[in-house]
Design a protein around this ligand. Structure first.
Ligand code: CO
Length: 210
């Protein structure tokens, strides 16, 4: 596909939107009030807005390989801080997907070289937390898909460990945290794990002077 097609189709799309609603871009340009932050996988088959039927302006998005929440990732933490403290979003959704290439790669012993190894090692750390359960699954695809689910749960727990989330829980009783997994084969999102504002954590992670 030539890259020019993307620019051409963009013009056609913009024209169509204005035909349906002449003020479409004028209204969007003035205001952004999404209620959802989406932390998803970079995989091209999992577009956050398309699979949730949301429109521009409705969902704030961060994506990386295997939808990880890394405590030293300034990119993700900036997105989280802005979404929670400025956009005042009500829900954070971590959405993985079955058949995730990042999860599959992390299960192998292959050397993906410097940078990818560093990123994928975070997933190996999640595997280790649930080693007994995962080692008991003999089918590779089933094992991958269970780790996809457990990884989503772990990333939601990591969100709750941040002072950003804990402060918003304490003073504003939001956001609710969600762990979801999208099925590439059927297009359906399965809910895996969620956390209501104020849920207790292991005490070592709880800040008492927020
Ligand atoms: Co993926």
């Amino acid at each position: 596909m030539p890259y020019e097609k993307l620019l051409h189709d963009n013009k056609a799309w913009a024209k169509e939107m204005v035909q349906d609603n002449p003020d479409y871009f004028k209204r969007l340009a003035q205001l952004q009030t999404p209620e959802f932050l989406w932390i998803g996988c970079s995989d091209s088959r999992v577009p956050a807005d398309r699979i949730t039927g949301t429109q521009p302006g409705e969902i704030f998005v961060h994506r990386n390989i295997a939808n990880l929440v890394i405590h030293t990732d300034v990119n993700l933490l900036s997105v989280l801080d802005f979404a929670v403290n400025h956009l005042k979003i009500k829900h954070v959704i971590v959405c993985g997907h079955y058949g995730c290439g990042g999860i599959k790669a992390a299960i192998t012993n292959h050397d993906y070289k410097y940078i990818l190894n560093m990123w994928l090692r975070n997933i190996k750390d999640v595997y280790l937390l649930y080693k007994d359960e995962l080692d008991a699954i003999k089918d590779e695809e089933q094992k991958t898909n269970r780790l996809v689910e457990l990884n989503v749960k772990e990333q939601v727990l990591r969100l709750a460990k941040t002072s950003i989330i804990q402060r918003a829980w304490k003073y504003d009783n939001r956001p609710m945290l969600h762990g979801w997994v999208y099925g590439l084969k059927d297009g359906i999102i399965k809910t895996i794990f969620d956390m209501q504002p104020g849920t207790a954590l292991d005490s070592i992670y709880e800040y008492d002077d927020l």
